[in-house]
Design a protein around this ligand. Structure first.
Ligand SMILES: [Fe+2]
Length: 166
């Protein structure tokens, strides 16, 4: 997820480090606040105590659908758009012998239409995310695949080089 958000920052000359920090932080409190009456609101209070800047905190808060905050910056839009899709693309890579190598948007689109595959991923948020970015979904998928490819080994994914012999 932070790689996807970082990719977008880099490709739009934004502050990549700041964007990555927001992506890394956005669910930091999920384990101590696993329910929506606490996450991420109570996490924001912790960040505030720690002295994080208000724009970072606001962006973290904005990823939560239930807070219905306006996604009025490119960072907020990108965070939302990359959240569910990054996990979904990761899942697609896990079930392929070559991981993300050669993964085409059309096969990701096909898997999005199979409700049983990575069932926890909210499809409506994936579609809304691309729309928020003003991108066709296949283009957004292509970008996220490109963002995750360089860290495939860290994600536990095989690559074309490490694919099992068939
Ligand atoms: Fe969250």
């Amino acid at each position: 997820m932070s790689s996807s958000v970082g990719w977008y920052a880099r490709h739009s000359q934004e502050d990549e480090e700041r964007w990555r920090v927001v992506a890394l932080l956005h669910d930091f409190d999920y384990e101590i606040h696993p329910t929506l009456d606490q996450h991420p609101q109570d996490g924001a209070a912790i960040l505030r105590e720690e002295g994080y800047p208000e724009d970072v905190i606001e962006a973290v808060l904005s990823h939560a659908e239930h807070l219905q905050m306006p996604r009025d910056t490119q960072l907020k839009k990108t965070l939302f758009a990359c959240d569910e899709l990054s996990g979904f693309v990761h899942a697609c890579g896990l079930v392929r012998p070559t991981g993300l190598d050669g993964l085409e948007p059309k096969s990701v689109l096909k898997k999005l239409k199979q409700p049983s595959f990575a069932a926890g991923v909210h499809r409506d948020e994936v579609y809304a995310g691309a729309e928020a970015l003003g991108l066709e979904l296949d283009e957004h998928i292509r970008n996220v695949v490109a963002a995750l490819q360089p860290i495939a080994p860290q994600l536990g994914l095989r690559t074309a080089e490490t694919a099992p012999a068939s």
